[in-house]
Design a protein around this ligand. Structure first.
Ligand SMILES: [Zn+2]
Length: 120
């Protein structure tokens, strides 16, 4: 498969997609608002950048109502709260492969933001 984007870029797209998709109206009706149109347009653009196997994995997780990406804090996956095995930790920094939680299947990224920022 041709590599179009770096792993870091793919993770950025995935994180954006996970933020955008919940904002999409479930029943847009015949006259979606401009905001809805913009969101849908951006979702399509982001999805077009992602390789098909990654997208289908993402869609499978999203179909269960979960986010397909999870932050890693203190080497714990924030989706399933299990430890990232030591053998997988280096890859989270070097990003040679797309990091994935071997317990829950979420794509992983290192959380470097301020901890305990509550999200609704
Ligand atoms: Zn996990």
């Amino acid at each position: 498969m041709q590599v179009l984007h770096s792993i870091a870029e793919i993770m950025a797209f995935l994180r954006e997609l996970n933020e955008l998709e919940p904002k999409r109206a479930k029943n847009p009706g015949k006259n979606p608002s401009d905001r809805q149109k913009a969101i849908n347009k951006r979702i399509e653009a982001v999805r077009a950048e992602l390789p098909a196997p990654i997208l289908s994995h993402h869609d499978r997780i999203r179909a269960r109502g979960k986010s397909s990406v999870a932050a890693v804090k203190h080497w714990v996956c924030c989706a399933c709260f299990l430890q990232v095995p030591s053998g997988s930790r280096a890859n989270l920094i070097t990003l040679e492969d797309l990091p994935i939680c071997e317990h829950c299947g979420s794509y992983l990224y290192l959380d470097d933001k301020q901890p305990e920022a509550p999200k609704q």
